[in-house]
Design a protein around this ligand. Sequence first.
Ligand code: PCA
Length: 329
Amino acid sequence: MRRRTALIGLGHALGASLALGANAPTTWRLATGYRASSFHTENLRWFAEAAGRATGGALRIDVVPDNQLAPLARIEGEVRAGRIEAGETIMSSLVAEVPIAGADSVPFVVSSYVDARRLWTLQRPLIERHFAERGLVVLYAVPWPPQGLYSRRPISDVSDFRGSRMRTYNATTVRIAQLLGAEPVDVPMVQVAQALQAGRIDSMITSAVTGVESSVWQHINHYHEINAWFPKNIVFVSRLAFERLDASQRQALLRTAGEAEARGWQLSEAAASTSTQTLRQQGMTVSRVPAQVDAALKRLGEKFSREWVRSVGHEANAIFVPYYLQSPR
Ligand code: PCA
């Protein structure tokens, strides 16, 4: 009798643990280097919740912002190594290993969200292939608003940059600073306010939304809308983690990623205009650059593109030839 009770007890325990196994969600950590308050991170949280619902609670994604799991520049490597399941990074930061990832940071190629979408449609298949070779599955990509030029003083000539210190956030912005004759100073986005306060930088190229998030008006007065490029953040998961989902969960996840991408592009476009207004309301001078500066910047942009196309080779043509052929302009 005692033995029977014990067996029944064991049976219950086994049943309970099997049931627990069936119900316990797969949990992924998704690392980002941007703040919880960034529109990108808000969209990641939306994606995580929507993916949870779409998989009937089988997948739980915990978004970990602000470089807490790994610094932005290392997130892709950590996901590749399987130490973090999923992540977000700024795509052009991968340019040294995946040159085509730099396509969206070539200056003055894309000047509107419509262009940016066209470029992503052409770039995406190549990016997916390179990511697959690295053991990663692409979920979605969302652009930052157009990149403008912040400076302590108004820019009346490109020679104003000579010897000044320009904040950079990856290899492409470093090269642009060099072409302008400025000294590149690497500052992660979350430390921009500090760097300005400490007087470590005189200028930077980034979006209006990043200026707002860093309350730059406390230290810097001029914002020039040069619309230089629309860099994208890319969200991805390790293929091993992805393959642990069953086929219907994978489908649900990819469908949700498509929705998050559409939603993110809308958030970006909305943030582009509200944040430029905020810069104005905070007393910053928002203007274009003088015509001769504009022309000089475009020439630098062309030099950058030539270097980039040469370093990337045929994949650059695979994107830019159809991009320019389809151009409505
Ligand atoms: N903000 C990020 C990347 C591009 C942008 O608009 C940054 O400044 O680092």
